[in-house]
Design a protein around this ligand. Structure first.
Ligand code: NAD
Length: 279
């Protein structure tokens, strides 16, 4: 039998939630899923920004709605995911994209507060969303969850221990949940983006250039030069993979960790030895 040609992305009739969708990668993911025909709930803690993102996509004729949600609020996550099923009838796709970078610091100087702040959103919030989605999808016996990790989750960068650990945790969470949900036909995969110049990475580049004692422009160029495909990523590079993983084209994939990074495996960025007081 001849293989069928690949079709364009069609998610007509599907209901999706994308967290952290007010800006950056999440906003592009929401646009990708909605353009493919899904009804998309854009969830974010930034009320004004998520409303504005939603209005912009709706003006293009896309079926979107805004949800103000802090993913560190376990009860609010469970309630709002259930409310989505109540209002839209089902839940087919959940993209756990919301995450925080950290203030760069050596582990020896990393504060309890900064460790806790990053883990609470980037790992624990992702867990709350995975749990709420899994409970609904187990009942439905269908659905797919896509978690956004990072190349840092596979290959840690210096000075970002809390973030690296949170993203490595997201990979483990993904693989564990994939096993637990397989009997229900629910697929769970993760995407590890490489560098994309969003607000998130603007802050990282500023801090990294300071830590290495070089200019910000030089740092941006250094990262670009390290990417085998020779350019920074665009939000759409990541969004297209999310759309594809959500689609039936990925119907036999679960527990996979997919790197989308122009071939970049990680940024080690070891800082120089610091001078001791009195040197
Ligand atoms: N940009 C990159 O280069 C890059 C690389 C690898 C991984 N990632 C990951 O991709 C995801 C998106 O990154 P981005 O660059 O678009 O970041 P971003 O900072 O531009 O956007 C993140 C969004 O998450 C939202 N958010 C933060 N805390 C939240 C909370 N508690 N509840 C709900 N929403 C919350 C923010 O309001 C924001 O809209 C993150 O998980 C990030 O770690 C990004």
């Amino acid at each position: 039998m001849a293989l069928q040609a690949a079709t364009t992305l069609d998610l007509t009739g599907q209901v999706a939630i994308v967290t952290g969708a007010a800006q950056g990668l999440g906003r592009a993911m929401a646009a990708e899923l909605a353009t493919a025909g899904a009804s998309v709930v854009l969830a974010d803690v930034q009320a004004a920004k998520v409303t504005e993102a939603c209005e912009t996509l709706a003006a293009d004729g896309l079926a979107v709605s805004a949800l103000v949600l802090d993913i560190t609020d376990s009860a609010a996550v469970a309630d709002s995911f259930q409310a989505t099923v109540g209002s839209l009838g089902r839940l087919d796709v959940v993209v756990n994209n919301a995450g925080l970078g950290q203030q760069l610091d050596r582990i020896s100087d990393l504060s309890d507060d900064e460790w806790g702040r990053v883990i609470a959103v980037t790992l624990t919030g992702t867990f709350y969303c995975c749990r709420a989605a899994a409970a609904i999808m187990e009942q439905q016996e269908s659905g797919t969850i896509i978690n956004i990790s990072s190349i840092n989750g596979q290959n840690p960068a210096a000075l970002a221990a809390a973030y690296n650990v949170a993203k490595a945790g997201v990979i483990s969470l993904t693989r564990t949940l994939a096993l637990e949900m397989a009997a229900y036909g629910v697929r769970v995969n993760a995407v590890c983006p490489g560098p994309v110049y969003t607000d998130f990475n603007r802050s990282v580049m500023r801090q990294r250039s300071e830590s290495l004692g070089i200019g910000e422009e030089e740092m941006i160029e250094r990262v670009r030069g390290a990417v085998p495909l020779g350019r920074w990523g665009e939000p759409e590079d990541i969004a297209r993979m999310v759309g594809w993983l959500a689609s039936p084209a990925a119907g036999w994939m679960t527990g996979e960790i997919v790197r989308v990074s122009g071939g970049l495996e990680g940024v080690s960025a070891a800082p120089p030895k610091r001078s001791r007081t009195g040197d």
